[in-house]
Design a protein around this ligand. Sequence first.
Ligand code: AHR
Length: 312
Amino acid sequence: SATVLAACMFGSASAAELVVGFSQIGSESGWRAAETTVTKQEAEKRGVDLKFSDAQQKQENQIKALRSFVAQGVDAIFLAPVVETGWDDVLKEAKEAEIPVILLDRTIKAPDDLYLTAVTSDQVHEGKVAGEWLVKNAGDKKCNIVELQGTTGSSPAIARKKGFEEALAGHDNFKIVRSQTGDFTRAKGKEVMESFLKAENGGKDICALYAHNDDMAVGGIQAIKEAGLKPGKDILVVSIDAVPDIFQAMAAGEANATVELTPNMAGPAFDVLEAYLKDKKEPPKWIQTESKLYTPADDPMKVYEAKKGLGY
Ligand code: AHR
């Protein structure tokens, strides 16, 4: 097997140990850092030798990491793909080397025989849940929305925008007046929100902020406060991830809703991988994780405490 071969070639500790290469995007958000932590914990718990590679937001680094994993003869590859397109060639190389690839948390545009399965949320649904919350809770008045998008070309940025817009369809009082990427980071979220506030009468013409992740929402909240407005009241704040910090903001009345994304993509991924390598059991092409809506009615400080133990 690849493991035995790798053990002979590279002198790894045990021939029985599973070797998995993990190409992670980077550490742009609190959620991403938690996913990294959980993946490392899951690997350790299962006695898997995890080869971790941080791509620092660059697809070219991910492609290099994948090629290096193939050259090392790992047993499997976990890939959290930064963008949707441009993966076909390297995935074909992994396939030719008979190394199964599992996608974590983001989807790609490629023939599905190039990967074993994808463990992700329904990202269109996440956007829809966020939009439906807003439609239900902002009332009948005219509501100008500003949107902080995730990384350009990434599946969550594309899908969360789509789902949110679907929820607004037919509700003509809601309008997205500004929409720009904040790269899923807190700093860029703040910076872009500052420009939105300036462009929209110091924020007085904005009714709601929709951020594709909580980190950008937290940055946006800071910008709203610095502009002399009250986030959560003057400007409603809805986002995605459910990281601990957003629950602190909720408890302070500064955030209104978030849609949970579990950082534990690796648990289900290792489960199906182990079954596949042992018994050739083919998993479904999509393993969908849950998307739960949280609001201040959910006792935010209690959720905050509970979340702290889960890789955050
Ligand atoms: O792909 C998942 C997204 O990536 C998370 O929602 C965001 O925080 C992260 O950067």
